[in-house]
Design a protein around this ligand. Structure first.
Ligand code: SF4
Length: 289
């Protein structure tokens, strides 16, 4: 009998990460030396693969001794582009175009006199990219209701709210509404990425399935969007966040009739295939078509 393995209708690499991954692999194949600032995507397997191909990951520009620095899909503060050029580094910029859209839209809102609010994790590279070069009085980063309650929003003439691209918007509705209540001249920019929304909707649909008893969410330890997928699934069914096939504990599968699979935007397809192959070894089979 065994159990059925069903993948979410959408999962895994988004267009931004797919393009970044291809560009860095193409660069590595050319034999040139470079270093990636921060993980090119938040997935340890991809980072290890690229290191094997000769493109190592570093945490700061000071560590770059190669002639080329790669900026990841999450983007960097504009000042880092200038600093890299001053240091004589060539830049391979794989910043996602949707991240650039937020850089540009937030600059336009600022020029129009708005106070900027970024909903997200202040320590995330994408958010640092938006905020690092700004006057600290020009913006806030908020993550919790307590963050919102600590600010007197009425002192701003107008406010524009931007979301970190990979958030689950529903989780922050209360946070944004609290700002809107405190200052009616608040506008939201719709900046949650299409890929994030699609992966989240498909994960929810998967976990809601009557045929699914357990969900495995595949992704990197530092991937915010993988964590959000896990949160969505865990509210509906027993779920586990795994980095790859080796993390599967066979005991989880005991008594399961259906196992759902989804993956964060930084999970390569081959990792998903390895997870499915391991589940098949453990008695699973894909749904009959
Ligand atoms: S999740 Fe969206 S914004 Fe982030 S890299 Fe992928 S396509 Fe770009």
């Amino acid at each position: 009998m065994g159990f059925v393995i069903r993948r979410a209708a959408r999962y895994g690499f988004c267009s931004g990460v797919r393009v970044a991954d291809i560009r860095v692999r193409r660069f590595a194949a050319s034999g040139r030396r470079g270093a990636i600032l921060g993980q090119v995507v938040h997935n340890e397997r991809v980072v290890e693969d690229l290191a094997r191909l000769g493109v190592r990951t570093v945490e700061s520009l000071d560590e770059v001794v190669e002639p080329v620095v790669v900026f990841s899909a999450h983007g960097v503060p504009p000042s880092l582009h200038r600093l890299a050029l001053e240091r004589g580094l060539e830049v391979l910029d794989t910043t996602c175009r949707f991240v650039y859209d937020i850089h540009h839209a937030s600059q336009r809102a600022l020029a129009a006199g708005a106070h900027l609010v970024f909903v997200g994790n202040p320590g995330h590279r994408e958010v640092i990219g938006y905020t690092h070069d700004l006057d600290p009085d020009a913006y806030h980063v908020v993550h919790t209701l307590a963050d919102v309650e600590a600010v007197d929003w009425s002192r701003y003439e107008s406010i524009t709210v931007f979301y970190q691209t990979t958030l689950n918007a529903e989780e922050y509705e209360e946070v944004v509404q609290a700002i809107e209540r405190a200052n009616p001249a608040t506008r939201r920019a719709d900046t949650i990425c299409y890929a994030t929304k699609e992966n989240q909707a498909a994960a929810r649909e998967l976990a809601e399935g009557a045929d699914i008893d357990l969900v495995l969410v595949v992704g990197g330890r530092h991937s915010a969007n993988t964590r959000h997928l896990f949160d969505i699934c865990a509210r509906l069914k027993p779920s586990h966040l795994i980095q790859g096939a080796a993390d599967i504990d066979p005991a989880w599968l005991s008594g399961a009739n259906g196992v759902g699979l989804t993956a964060g935007a930084s999970t390569p397809d081959y990792v998903m295939d390895e997870v499915e192959a391991r589940l098949i070894e453990l008695g699973g089979h894909p749904p009959q078509r």
